[in-house]
Design a protein around this ligand. Structure first.
Ligand SMILES: [Zn+2]
Length: 295
């Protein structure tokens, strides 16, 4: 199924043209250079993509049936529709038809992300909560998870094994958030710029040549302004940020900068290769840095 989230806009690309460096090699080199463990030899970049094994959590039909039963019991009489969309269970309070249509977005994103990036499913059955409007989103986030969301769009809560979405804002954030449990399952050492860059890249996405493709989006004008102001950190700084620096010390450009770095790789047909080669070198990250846990 071809799906597109929000409106494509192609103006952007020119701003990154001067970056025509061998980014593929440079970015991991910067990151690992900064986080190198003394005495640990730096492996060479291999031209061939890694052999990522197809493994991961496998839940049986019975596991899903049991999970759905519990959800239905918990939400009885509250007008929720439950749809199994492996490896997730989608739960929504829109009309049953709307929830089924929205669950197709989940299916599409899962299929397309696994096609290019991920082999393992999340380690637990995760619920994708699709609340029909902001009032429902905020009320239910509080009621079900005791959360007071700091975003009107949606978020991933590993603690509650849940993606919590205000689906009235569109499917873009849903695709963004779906990226995170897959990064968590497949590449837990991924630095925050890569995790959020991928999520952000696909928050406005469709298909090209049968593969998921990120379009330029609303994060671009702000980033361009910040580039003009000279307030965007160098890529070296971005790619060295730990979770605290990336999330808590963000001047407002980290997500956009990470997104458009990956967009640049995508436009040069290097993104999937870059991801796989970065993944191949993950042991270097594990050895050298504290874990990245925040989403
Ligand atoms: Zn995110």
């Amino acid at each position: 199924m071809k799906m597109k989230f929000q409106t494509p806009d192609r103006r952007a690309f020119a701003i990154f043209a001067p970056l025509a460096l061998p980014v593929l090699v440079l970015v991991p080199a910067l990151y690992f250079g900064a986080h190198r463990t003394p005495g640990v030899e730096q492996p060479a970049l291999t031209p061939a993509a890694s052999a990522m094994k197809v493994t991961g959590a496998t839940f049986t039909d019975q596991d899903f049936a049991r999970h759905v039963e519990q959800l239905k019991k918990k939400m009885r009489g509250r007008g929720f529709t439950v749809v199994v969309q492996r490896p997730f269970v989608v739960v929504g309070d829109g009309t049953p038809a709307a929830v089924r249509t929205q669950s197709e977005t989940v299916r599409w994103a899962v299929d397309k992300l696994k096609q290019d990036f991920f082999t393992k499913d999340p380690a637990a059955i995760l619920d994708v909560w699709l609340f029909k409007d902001e009032a429902s989103y905020r009320r239910n986030a509080r009621l079900l998870f005791n959360d007071d969301p700091d975003t009107p769009y949606g978020y991933y809560s590993p603690a509650h094994k849940a993606l919590v979405m205000n689906i009235s804002t569109g499917g873009g954030t849903l695709v963004h958030e779906i990226v995170h449990p897959f990064v968590e399952a497949n590449f837990p050492e991924a630095p925050p710029w890569l995790n959020e860059g991928l999520g952000s890249l696909y928050e406005q996405s469709g298909e090209r040549d049968g593969h998921i493709y990120g379009y330029t989006n609303w994060r671009l004008p702000g980033l361009q302004e910040a580039i003009k102001d000279g307030s965007v950190p160098p890529f070296k700084a971005l790619t060295e940020m730990d979770a605290n620096a990336f999330y808590n010390e963000d001047k407002g450009t980290n997500y956009g900068q990470a997104r458009y770095l990956l967009y640049y790789l995508q436009e040069h047909d290097l993104l999937v290769r870059f991801y796989k080669e970065f993944y191949d070198r993950r042991k270097m990250i594990r050895a050298a840095t504290r874990p990245y846990k925040r989403f």
